[in-house]
Design a binder for this molecule. Structure first.
Ligand code: 2PG
Ligand code: MG
Length: 433
């Protein structure tokens, strides 16, 4: 038998960083190699994402994944037995065909992605390569990504204290990944110190390790991060830019208006929200805006893309790592970058195809973790191997976040001159295009 043929799958229920169950899976190959992977889970999920299968019932408040686990151990194990683990496309195609539904609702995208990623890990192990090499095109140089690092959270990740979900630092001035992380850690600390000086609690940590402060307005949060950058001895806009994830799907009404609950329930039409964001951009060094409008507000998205040209306009809930939605965006001139979350689509091959299509179209690509994560680090390897140029995994604390940074730090330390660092060019290349 071929040494890289899949002989068995073994899945179990593990816990994610919010204490909710998630699917863990090990793939074993004929030659003895093994690969293990766990999958993440979002809180601000898009309506068009692939389906995460949960048990319902009493266990874990209905969030158990024992059915998804059983699907791996039974149907998916039977379907993949004998397949060559080095042929990711065939494995992923088989997983999708076995499920048979459009958004993997029958067996669960969590079940399918666990097998897809564990297969890649096993394949890398069997062929004696690091995962970032195994997932890369043969001649591609490894590329360390520009990180966007969570400093302060609101929205669904921090009890909705403020409307905007993520305020992130983008270390524009850093010349290496290690320097980038050091800068962001300084900003995280600097911001906490500014908060403490105001007498506000700094021990409130949000789901992604950022500060979970209760502030009066979204502007106050921007103000605070800028003060944090300065307090850290860095120059806002030069050394460090700000990225925001508005996650506007979370506060759109059925009628298509937006309600800023943290600002006295202000109700804004799409064009008014765009003007509000434009005024923030005029005052603060915002270099990237994610989900500025809601997931199905294509006309609002067209407006914001034109109005805030010169900045990264990033689609998360909008594109949900789906090739057809990205295609529509490219055709309509909507956004100029895509957030890529493998669990939004369910297989590595599908996520990879979205990265390729975006790169071909001149769109930026930001590989992203979820707000519910585990200590697993495969995401870091994908960023390097797929040359996404940017990555978003949360703050510089909490182990499920630092695990990913630490993997990237190791890859950079180990490869030295044999790898490149994307740096701010990942943004500016895109914006001058
Ligand atoms: C996002 C992610 C990560 P979630 O919206 O970009 O910050 O959150 O995983 O909850 O969708
Ligand atoms: Mg988002």
């Amino acid at each position: 038998m071929n040494q890289t043929a899949i002989t068995s799958l073994f899945a179990w229920e593990a816990l994610d960083s919010r204490g909710k169950p998630t699917v863990a899976c090990e793939v074993k190959l004929a030659g003895g190699a093994r690969g293990q992977a766990t999958v993440p889970s979002g809180a601000s999920t898009g309506r068009h994402e692939a389906h995460e299968l949960r048990d319902g019932g009493e266990r874990y408040g209905g969030m158990g994944v024992s059915r998804a686990v059983a699907h791996v151990n039974n149907e998916l194990a039977a379907a993949t037995r004998g397949l060559d683990a080095t042929d990711q496309a065939t494995v992923d195609g088989t997983l999708r065909a076995t499920d048979g539904s459009a958004e993997l609702e029958r067996l669960g995208a969590n079940a399918v992605l666990a097998v897809s990623v564990a297969t890649a890990v096993a394949s890398a192990a069997a062929t004696g390569r690091a995962l970032y090499r195994a997932v890369a095109d043969p001649e591609a140089r490894p590329l360390l990504p520009l990180p966007m690092v969570n400093i302060l959270s609101g929205g669904a990740h921090a009890g909705r204290a403020i409307d905007v979900q993520d305020f992130l630092a983008v270390p524009l001035g850093a010349r290496s990944f290690a320097e980038a992380i050091e800068m962001c850690a300084r900003v995280r600390r600097g911001t906490a110190e500014v908060l403490a000086a105001k007498g506000l609690p700094v021990a409130l940590v949000a789901d992604e390790g950022g500060l979970g402060a209760v502030l009066a307005s979204n502007r106050e949060a921007l103000e605070l991060v800028v003060a944090g950058v300065e307090h850290a001895g860095l120059q806002p806009g030069q050394d460090v830019g700000i990225a925001i994830d508005v996650a506007a799907t979370q506060f759109v009404t059925d009628g298509g208006d937006y309600i800023l609950a943290a600002e006295g329930q202000r109700r804004l039409r799409p064009d008014e929200l765009v003007e509000e964001l434009a005024s923030w951009c005029a005052e603060y060094p915002i270099v990237s805006l994610e989900d500025a409008l809601a997931e199905d507000d294509w006309s609002g998205w067209r407006t914001v893309t034109r109005r805030l040209a010169g900045r990264q306009i990033l689609g998360d809930d909008l594109f949900v790592t789906h090739a057809d939605r990205l295609e529509r965006g490219i055709e309509d001139g909507v956004a100029n970058a895509v957030l890529v979350k493998p669990n939004q689509v369910g297989t590595l091959s599908d996520a990879r195809a979205v990265v390729r299509r975006a790169q071909d179209a001149g769109y930026g690509t930001v590989l992203s973790a979820r707000s519910g994560e585990t200590e697993d680090t495969w995401l870091s390897d994908l960023a390097v191997g797929w040359r996404t140029g940017q990555i978003k995994v949360g703050s510089t604390m909490r182990s499920e976040r630092t695990a990913k940074w630490n993997r990237l730090l190791r890859i950079e330390a180990e490869l030295g001159d044999a790898a490149d660092y994307a740096g701010a060019a990942a943004l500016t290349g895109l914006l001058s295009a």
